[in-house]
Design a protein around this ligand. Structure first.
Ligand SMILES: [Zn+2]
Length: 100
């Protein structure tokens, strides 16, 4: 779990797992500092996750042809992958106090 670089409190997955290049900062609830995530890493993770998700939706009929509802199966898998990606991002993300 990512920690606040200022007060070292554990940050919730919801705050660190879903950051993107467009929204790469948030406020620590504990110390009220604005924290910024490294944009390059967010871009790499976002592109990887987006590519896998788009591929699943496009190829769902081929990949999930043995399921009774290929689209639903691919959406469920996409959601699982998003949660896994959010968890990985919360582990890897580099945070710094804005303005430092
Ligand atoms: Zn803090």
């Amino acid at each position: 779990m990512a920690k606040c670089p200022n007060c070292k409190i554990n940050l919730p997955l919801l705050k660190t797992g879903f950051l993107s290049r467009r929204k790469n900062s948030f406020k620590c609830d504990n110390c009220q500092k604005i924290l910024e995530a490294d944009k390059f890493l967010l871009g790499v993770l976002g592109a990887t996750g987006g590519g896998i998700g788009a591929g699943l939706i496009i190829w769902h009929k081929t990949i999930f042809q043995n399921f009774s509802s290929p689209l639903i199966a691919s959406i469920v898998l996409a959601i699982v992958l998003i949660l896994v990606a959010a968890y990985i991002q919360s582990k890897l993300v580099k945070l710094k106090v804005a303005g430092d």
